[in-house]
Write a protein that binds this ligand. Structure first.
Ligand SMILES: [Zn+2]
Ligand SMILES: [Zn+2]
Length: 235
């Protein structure tokens, strides 16, 4: 029998580490006691005020409309996001969307998102941006719907999947700004009546074209105001 005082084997250390830090950090993949390790938590790309009151873009001064959205025909009343779409922010979206790490929604994403609309008055309905059924079949779930349910639960509002994607669209990532608008034009339909203040939820705001198109459809269907909330925003 080998001596008990021999060198501690690597696998023994690993087993102990797994016991105390049973999961991987969503940001860096290192072992962590929570969804994010302390290092990644410290470098979360948080969007601090001032931001454009319309589109949520970080700005130098408090402004009702920034240079970016001035002159743009956006159908939503406001858009907010707690994080920039970069670094750890991007990793959180990837974990949720591509690795189906759904725990991220209630424990990390929704608390951050709700913090961005805490000062707003109550919302009547929380509505997710829909996925077309072809993409839904491929991914198995709609990440925006997962986020919307958690946000609605935190706000004490009802969640309704009132929007349908009536045609497949190309992935917005590969398109220019004007192509994005054409890509999503008339791509969404509202099912059932919508009233009052709606909070429209998505994972990432890139140019706002998808959110604007969805907001337009919701207003045509009877929504009084449409405010948008995404986990991340391109800045
Ligand atoms: Zn980390
Ligand atoms: Zn703006």
């Amino acid at each position: 029998m080998r001596s008990r005082s021999g060198p501690i084997s690597g696998s023994y250390v690993k087993a102990l580490t797994d016991l105390f830090y049973p999961q991987r950090c969503v940001g860096c993949g290192g072992r962590a006691s929570d969804l994010l390790c302390a290092g990644c938590h410290g470098v979360l790309p948080v969007i601090e005020p001032p931001v454009c009151r319309r589109c949520g873009l970080p700005t130098a001064f408090d402004t009702p409309v920034c240079e970016d959205c001035k002159g743009r025909d956006l159908s939503f009343d406001s858009a907010r996001a707690p994080l920039r779409y970069e670094g750890v922010g991007e990793e959180i979206v990837r974990a949720l969307k591509y690795r189906a790490y759904l725990t991220v929604a209630p424990r990390l994403a929704a608390p951050l998102m709700v913090g961005s609309v805490r000062d707003e008055a109550g919302f009547d309905t929380v509505v997710p941006v829909p996925l077309h059924r072809s993409r839904l079949a491929k991914r198995g779930f709609n990440q925006a719907a997962v986020l919307a349910q958690e946000v609605a639960a935190s706000l004490g509002a009802k969640c309704a999947e009132a929007l349908r994607a009536v045609r497949a669209t190309r992935d917005q990532v590969e398109l220019t700004a004007s192509e994005r608008r054409d890509n999503v034009r008339d791509a969404f339909r509202v099912e059932g009546p919508v009233r009052g203040r709606v909070l429209l939820v998505d994972d990432v705001l890139t140019t706002g074209a998808t959110l604007s198109e969805c907001a337009g459809a919701l207003k045509e269907a009877g929504a009084g105001e449409v405010h948008c909330l995404s986990l991340c925003r391109a800045c």
